[in-house]
Every structure is written in structure tokens, then in C-alpha cells.
Design a protein around this ligand. Structure first.
Ligand code: MEV
Length: 417
């Protein structure tokens, strides 16, 4: 039986047998509700409940020669299926190669219209040694771990004066570390300039990109109805379209983020920070661009490349507080920030591959609606074995809630008689 045909219990058992999941994590994932009431109550303000979403897994996404089991949390039925499909094709071709940049997060301390901007800029530059001392004193533990303030830059932006602090947050995503350092430096700089700053906060932009590439033999892209070279050629044209059509680029990138957002959420990282940084990066040229591109090599191979900044960490925040996020970290084998970033970039690339292959071939609706049938059956009120029965009934015709409700009513009538 294929993995997707097993029950959740059987899937967990197999992952344990394969050494990907610890028995304790398997027991944790089987547990409901997932969050202890005191954890839920202390994680956010005004907590009144829990919001459950399914956690799935992409099997054997090959990244830099390693098969990674990627946990995903998503409400969209087709996301895990598409990612697995893309990962399978990439694996047939030796997998994805990816490199992560130096992990840096930038903080900004901005002064509003100092009377003499040039003098204020020179004052900040002259205080670089003091800025380093203040930054180290604000967060001694990050310095002890080998991180902290790396570089500073001072620039004029209109009548604003901006001090940028490039900070190495080590294994953390860095928001709290950077904001703490920014506020301490802002306080000291206010005394040097005789003026309080307008703002002191990290930026979710400006990060360097993680890059992933893959080279596919066109034969491995064949669909039921179309030969591989035809699909490869259409994927390359879809990529070219996304470069000139911003409407298409947005949806192209949405498909990439289907996987990345789900994998980021599974780890308890801040998905809004990642999304803000990614979309700002896509628009850096002044025109919103696709994050992943595909071209045909002279020998007919399809070459894919993705580049995107990924502001994530492997310690701290909700990652440390949520037991399931911890289990997801272990399942993904994310031992450092680079391992998580390279996996996320590779995932985005294969997710895009699966979407473009479907668009180049049969279109996405056939696969989507098949997977959507379960969600419709549940929305109609089906429970237990009714879900599969109603979904199977839906598969034979039009997908609508009304039909799902009618099928469910008929099913229940049958069961009664
Ligand atoms: C659907 O969630 C994502 C796609 O629309 C992405 C794309 O069009 O590239 C299939």
C-alpha cells in the first residue's frame, strides 16, 4: 500500500519504523487536544479555544543528497499531494541542490529630520565603537554564543537618518534579539544626537536569499496524456509568462508559498515575517517577479531555480513553546537555520514544479476537486465512514455542497433501511 492509502496510525508507525519519528513524538501526534490548556492560555492574550489543522508530511524531499521528511500544516487539500509529487520527480533526478546565506537580521533605528543631517550622520559613524559596546551589553548571551552585532551602516533617506544594525542571531529567527539591541542602541544614540528616535525595530526585509536549483530529465515530467518534452517546454513558457505578467507571477508565487507557509507554520515560525520578506523580495526590481524560474537547457533538460529570503529560526519563540512544533523540528531534521532554509527553498521549488506540471498538462482542477471532495463531504456533515462514501459519490459528478448534502442524506437513508 502507498503511504497516502494508510491510516494516520499506520503512517506514524511506518515513520517510527523508518527512524524518522521518535515513538514519543508519534504518541504526541496521536494525542488530542494537542495543546495543554495552560500552554494555550499563556501563548496568546484572550485565548478562548484551540484551532486545529492537519499536520502532513512530504516524504523524501532530497535536498543536497539527504532525504528530508518535511512536516506541513495546511488547510488546502492539494498542498501535501502536490509537494510529494514534485519531491518524487526531483528525487528521480538526483534531488535539489540548495545553499543558505549567512544568517543575518537587520534592525533599523531612524531619526526624524535631525536639524543638521550630515552632522548627525557623522556623529553616529563616530560612535561605532560605543554602538558595539551598547549592543553587546544589551544581549550578552547572543555574544557568548558567537553572534550579536556584525555591521552597522548609516544613511540618509530624504530627511530621515537611518542607522542599520546587521545582527547575527545564531539559531534564532532573531526578532526579539534584534529589537532588544535596537532599542538599547536607540536609547544611547538619542543622547549623542540630542533627539529621540522615531522608530527602533527589525526589518522583515533586506535578508539575503536562499537559493535552490534542480535539473530534470524531460522524460520524468511526462503525464498520462503528454510526453515529457512537451510538458517541459510548456513549463518553461509558463515561467516566461510569470516574468512578464504580474497577475500570473502572484499566483505562481502563491503556489510556492503553499508549501513554504505550511512548512514554516509546522515549525512554529512566524509565517507573516517570511511572507512579508518573500513578497518584498519578489518586487525588488520594481516589478513583481516570480520567485522560481524554469528554462530548457540545450540538451532538453528542464532547469529550475528559486531564490528567496527566509527569516526563520530553529530555537525560541513558539518553536520552543509548542510541543508539536518541536516534534516537527525533529521530523524535518532541522538542526540549524541553514538546514531549515535549504529545505524550505527546495520545497518551494518542487511545489512550483508540481503546480506548473499540472497547469502544463491536464490543468489543476481534476486533482484539486478529487481532493476537495473530502472537505465538501465533511462540510456537508459527513462523519466517520460517511466521509469516504460521500467523497466517492461526489467523484462521479459535479462537486458542490448541495450534491454532497444530497449524497449524505441518501447514504443515511440507505443505512437506516
Ligand atoms: C493553488 O493553490 C496554487 C496554484 O494556483 C499555483 C499556480 O497557479 O502556479 C496551482
Amino acid at each position: 500500500m502507498k503511504f497516502y492509502q494508510l491510516t494516520p496510525d499506520e503512517r506514524r508507525k511506518l515513520l517510527v519504523d523508518q527512524g524518522h519519528l521518535t515513538p514519543a513524538d508519534a504518541a504526541l501526534l496521536a494525542q488530542t487536544p494537542m495543546l495543554a490548556p495552560d500552554v494555550a492560555a499563556h501563548l496568546i492574550e484572550n485565548q478562548i479555544g484551540q484551532f486545529a489543522l492537519p499536520l502532513g508530511v512530504v516524504q523524501d524531499l532530497v535536498v543536497n543528497g539527504q532525504a528530508v521528511q518535511v512536516p506541513l500544516v495546511t488547510e488546502e487539500p492539494s498542498v501535501v499531494a502536490a509537494a510529494n509529487n514534485g519531491a518524487r520527480i526531483a528525487a528521480l533526478n538526483g534531488g535539489v541542490t540548495a545553499t543558505a546565506p549567512l544568517h543575518r537580521v537587520i534592525g533599523e533605528v531612524v531619526f526624524d529630520a535631525p536639524v543638521d543631517l550630515d552632522r548627525a550622520a557623522a556623529t553616529l559613524r563616530a560612535h561605532e565603537p560605543e554602538i558595539r559596546v551598547v549592543a553587546a551589553a544589551a544581549h550578552p548571551s547572543i555574544v557568548r554564543r558567537g553572534g550579536g552585532l556584525a555591521d552597522i551602516a548609516v544613511e540618509r533617506l530624504g530627511d530621515f537618518l537611518k542607522l542599520s544594525l546587521s545582527i547575527d542571531p545564531q539559531a534564532a529567527m532573531g526578532a526579539n534579539i534584534v529589537n532588544t539591541i535596537c532599542e538599547a542602541v536607540a536609547h544611547a544614540a538619542a543622547a549623542w544626537l540630542g533627539q529621540a528616535p522615531l522608530v527602533a525595530i527589525l526589518t522583515n526585509g533586506g535578508g539575503a536569499a536562499t537559493v535552490a536549483t534542480v535539473k530534470l530529465k524531460s522524460a520524468t515530467l511526462a503525464t498520462k496524456d503528454q510526453p515529457g518534452p512537451a510538458i517541459a517546454a510548456r513549463i518553461a513558457r509558463l515561467s516566461a509568462l510569470a516574468q512578464v505578467d504580474e497577475d500570473r507571477a502572484v499566483t505562481h508565487n502563491k503556489g510556492i508559498m503553499n508549501g513554504i507557509s505550511a512548512a514554516v507554520l509546522a515549525t512554529g515560525n512566524d509565517g507573516r515575517a517570511v511572507a512579508a520578506g518573500v513578497h518584498a523580495f519578489a518586487a525588488t526590481s520594481g516589478r513583481y517577479q516570480p520567485l522560481a524560474t524554469w528554462r530548457l537547457a540545450a540538451n532538453g533538460d528542464l532547469c529550475g531555480r528559486i531564490a528567496l529570503p527566509l527569516q526563520v529560526g530553529v530555537v525560541g519563540g513558539a518553536t520552543g513553546a509548542l510541543p508539536v512544533a518541536q516534534a516537527a523540528m525533529r521530523l524535518g531534521g532541522y538542526r540549524d537555520v541553514a538546514a531549515l532554509q535549504t529545505t524550505l527553498a527546495a520545497l518551494g521549488l518542487v511545489q512550483n514544479l508540481a503546480a506548473l506540471r499540472a497547469l502544463a498538462g491536464p490543468g489543476i482542477q481534476a486533482g484539486h476537486m478529487r481532493l476537495q471532495a473530502n472537505a465538501l463531504a465533511i462540510a456537508a456533515g459527513a462523519t466517520g465512514p460517511e466521509i469516504a462514501a460521500v467523497a466517492a459519490g461526489l467523484g462521479a459528478g459535479q462537486m458542490s455542497l448541495a450534491r454532497a448534502q444530497a449524497l449524505l442524506a441518501a447514504q443515511r437513508k440507505d443505512d437506516e433501511s
